[in-house]
Every structure is written in structure tokens, then in C-alpha cells.
Design a protein around this ligand. Structure first.
Ligand code: ADP
Ligand code: MG
Length: 310
């Protein structure tokens, strides 16, 4: 017999949430922020057929559904604390739900995030996580803070997730696509150092474009300096690499600006942040993004991801 909605919640999603005042089981959860902290809230919706295939690995989906939300906290310089999970499920498939919960909670535990509520309903498979985090008052990293003269930095490596979509047989690229590593520690370390930040979900050029628009600035980036996924070494296709690195989504690396005075300090963060950091260009007055190749010629930026593009 298939378990009821309430058995599913109790069996798979009701876990201790010691830092919340009230977790799963009531009409709403209750949490209290630390003294002098602001609440950072973000949500992401993943739909079968749009964001993942019907045969997608349930454990990896559990990981990714939380990871993309943790990445938004990282991009704000916020510390993730609590999450809610709204699930649409076509059936009460316990093997699927169990694997999904394993992937979700493995990542939640690593980042100290407690699941404090959600909703479970029968329907097309969909996953909506809402994440709640804390950031010291006034310290959140906004898209609007970049200033002409600031350095531009990128964490980790770009393009791997997009390559994973095109070449599913490439293990490194597939890992980047299905099991992204949110840069939470880096985001926290950037609070007092970066002027603006965003995470790469729709493509480097497009996401950096959001910083430029909000900050009313332009930027120049050197393609040679962009850190590229190691998997491209075996691909030998320049046009493909450029498309993936400049416009590929789903990498969940951080792109951020910081004044040159912070340069030495930021270069030393890599070890404590658990990721490489590359200085790839600079913010300038004016508008628009210019990407230059090794010879100083301009590379036309490819379009990033847009859900409503024709
Ligand atoms: P309501 O009728 O108020 O929407 P529900 O009966 O849907 O409450 O849910 C019961 C409790 O279980 C609530 O505390 C809700 O937050 C929690 N819950 C439901 N689905 C999930 C889920 N997938 N993960 C975590 N908590 C859930
Ligand atoms: Mg409900």
C-alpha cells in the first residue's frame, strides 16, 4: 500500500531542527534571528521537463535543489540556516522519495541547514525550496555595489555544467552539472571585502550583466583569464568552450567585484574558502560588457539562458 501524505512527511522529511523554535508539524515554523542579523530569503523552482529529465537521479536532484538555493545565500554573503521544501510528486514512490531526501539532507547537514516545513502534493514532479539565511545588518552583498576601478573576480571554474549537458559521458562535466558545490564559505568571507556579487546560474556574461545594470557601470573581461572547467582540455573545440564558459548556466560559481585595495587580501582567501579565485577584469565607467581575447580583439558575448526566449 502506498503511504499517505502524512506518512511521507513523517518518514522522510520530519527531522530534528534544534535551532528553530518550531519545525515541521504545525501550521508554520518559528525561527529567531541572532542579535543584529537580517533575514535573507530566496526561493527556486525546479520542474521536470524544464530543469531536469524524468529519469534524473533522485539523490542528485535532492542535492541540486538545495545547492542552487545555498548558492543564492552565498551570493548575498548570507549564512544559510533554515529551508522549506514544497514537493509535487506523481506518486508515493518511496525509493525515489528516500533517495531524494538522502541527497537533500546530506547537503543540508554539511551546511548546517534545518528543514523546518514545506508542502507535499500529488501532481507533476516539481521541487520548490525556500531558503532562509542570516547576514549581519547592512552587510549583505548586493548586485548594485560595484564601482568603476573595482577588480572583477570569479571563483572555481566556468563552463563545466553546460558541457555536462552536451557531453553527458564526461564525468567531470556531469559532476559540475548535477552536483554543484555552493560557495557559501566564500560568500561569508566576502562580506567585508566585495562591493557586489552574483552567482552564475544563467551564464557568466548574463549574470555579470545584472551586476553592471544594477551598479550602472561597464566592465572589461579578459577571456584568457577566465578559469575554465578542466574537462575542456579533452574537448579541443574553441567555439564550444567559449559558448559554455561565457554563456553556460548552472555553474553556481560566484562573480564579484572588489576594490583593488582588497586584492592581496582576497587572493589569500582561496584556502579558507575552499575554491580557487581568479581576477578576470575590471569594472569601468559607462555601460556594457566587453570580453577580449588574447590578442585584444573583442569577443561577441553569446546569449545566456532565458526561460521565455523563443
Ligand atoms: P498545512 O495543511 O498547514 O499546509 P500540511 O498538512 O501540508 O500543513 O503539512 C504538515 C506539516 O508538514 C507542516 O508543518 C508542513 O510545513 C510540513 N511539511 C509538509 N510537506 C513537507 C515537506 N515536503 N518537507 C518538509 N516539511 C513538510
Ligand atoms: Mg500543506
Amino acid at each position: 500500500m502506498q503511504p499517505s501524505e502524512f506518512e511521507i512527511i513523517r518518514r522522510y522529511f520530519e527531522r530534528p531542527a534544534p535551532s528553530a523554535l518550531l519545525g515541521v508539524g504545525d501550521d508554520a515554523a518559528l525561527v529567531r534571528l541572532g542579535e543584529g542579523m537580517e533575514l535573507a530569503v530566496s526561493t527556486d523552482l525546479l520542474l521536470e521537463g524544464r530543469h531536469f529529465r524524468p529519469d534524473a537521479d533522485a539523490r542528485k536532484l535532492g542535492h541540486k535543489a538545495l545547492a542552487v538555493n545555498l548558492s543564492d545565500m552565498a551570493a548575498m554573503g548570507a549564512s544559510p540556516r533554515w529551508a522549506t521544501l514544497a514537493l509535487g510528486l506523481p506518486e508515493a514512490d518511496e525509493a525515489w522519495i528516500g533517495s531524494f531526501a538522502d541527497g537533500f539532507f546530506a547537503l543540508a547537514q554539511r551546511f548546517g541547514v534545518e528543514l523546518i516545513g514545506g508542502d507535499t502534493t500529488r501532481g507533476p514532479r516539481s521541487i520548490c525550496v525556500c531558503i532562509l539565511g542570516e547576514v549581519p545588518a547592512g552587510k549583505a552583498l548586493r548586485r548594485s555595489g560595484a564601482r568603476p576601478g573595482d577588480d572583477l573576480w570569479v571563483s572555481g571554474r566556468l563552463g563545466g555544467a553546460a558541457l555536462g549537458l552536451l557531453r553527458p559521458g564526461n564525468a567531470e562535466a556531469a559532476r559540475r552539472l548535477h552536483e554543484p558545490e555552493p560557495r557559501v564559505a566564500l560568500g561569508e568571507l566576502l562580506r567585508d571585502r566585495a562591493s557586489a556579487a552574483i552567482d552564475v546560474s544563467d551564464g557568466f556574461c548574463q549574470d555579470l550583466g545584472h551586476i553592471l545594470e544594477r551598479s550602472r557601470c561597464g566592465a572589461t573581461v579578459h577571456y584568457e583569464l577566465l578559469p575554465k572547467c578542466a574537462a575542456f582540455a579533452g574537448v579541443q573545440d574553441v567555439a564550444l568552450e567559449r559558448r559554455c564558459v561565457l554563456a553556460g548556466g548552472d555553474d553556481y560559481e560566484l562573480v564579484f567585484s572588489a576594490p583593488p585595495a582588497a586584492r592581496q587580501d582576497i587572493a589569500k582567501l582561496a584556502a579558507s574558502a575552499g575554491t580557487d579565485l581568479a581576477r578576470v577584469g575590471a569594472i569601468r565607467a559607462g555601460e556594457g560588457l566587453v570580453v577580449l581575447d588574447g590578442e585584444g580583439r573583442e569577443i561577441a558575448p553569446p546569449r545566456g539562458y532565458d526561460h521565455f526566449a523563443p
